[in-house]
Design a protein around this ligand. Sequence first.
Ligand SMILES: [Zn+2]
Length: 382
Amino acid sequence: MTAKEILTKLVSYDVLSTQNNLELVNWIGNYINSLGVEVTYIYNKDKTQASLHCRIGPEVDGGVILSGHTDVVPVKGQPWNTNPFKLTEIEGKLYGRGACDMKGYLACFLSVLPVMIESKLKRPIYFAISYDEEIGCLRAPELAAHMNSYYIEQPKYAIIGEPSMLQPIVGQKGILYVKTEVNGSQGHSSRIEKEVSAIHESTRLILWLENKMKELAALTQNDKFLPPYSTLHVGKFNGGIATNVVAAKAVFEWDVRSIPEDKIEDILNDFETYCEELENEKQQLFPDFKIVITKLHPIVPGLLTSEKSSIVGFMNKVIENKKLGYVAYATEAGQFAEAGFESIICGPGSIEQAHRANEFVSVKQLDLCVKMIENIVKELSK
Ligand SMILES: [Zn+2]
């Protein structure tokens, strides 16, 4: 099957994060099996979702992992011009949810599988396919750890095919989503001096976050990234029931995207300390005043692969674009790096198309990506 044919199939499964992905993963697994390659599945507790990995080639050190995720973000409320789950080609562009983020990459390496099998690979290629990436890169650590224990030999590189227009990306910010619930007192708004408004206190916390960002920016910058400092941003806020009622509850969600020099744990600790101070102060007026902080997923580590590392030299041999990039979006690359593989992000399509209506990948990008993977096969057959 060609990359486009496989992509058509993959896009037709409308599997969002947290949803049952077995049909999709089994289709991929059966395709790999049908070419004579053994597949290992890693199921969740309920056996409703699975990751998979496999090896093509000999059981020796120094192989390359090609990795991507199966889940996609929702299309609800987005003004699509085509059916998002039916891959549609218009003027050299293939439209569909997940076309670039990141079923396109999966389709490319799956389409090269017959070539990998026929080639006399001297070092192996691995496929690593995860799920629930879009809600905080939840499954890559488990997948990478499973591969480390399953294979006796040690794979060397991991190429995570998030859309980068096939530019090799060696740096990525770390990320964490946090929910903060503020519990104040309820009462008539005329009595605000006797009550503790959850909304008013939330605004203090939000301003603290904004000031923290300015403070971090003043302390440390890394001009490889844009913006060159760690960012903090509140993207969701809910609270209050009426204009004249002091709000008993407010909830907001924020994210931190950190440059590798800043530790997300430290930023979170500082926030917690400020919340405790505010709690102590406001409990004098309302003893049940409480702030509850919840991490919405485990911290996703940043990526900082040295520009002198050997994976950079390897990528130079297989792609045209030699200019190294740095990005502010989160991927599973930092997690693969933490698992011990030299990691890089390099995939077809643009991040500008991801997550929006009319997401597409160009036929040209798919062709170039197939070429890159064929070059990887050639390199590993030397
Ligand atoms: Zn993605």
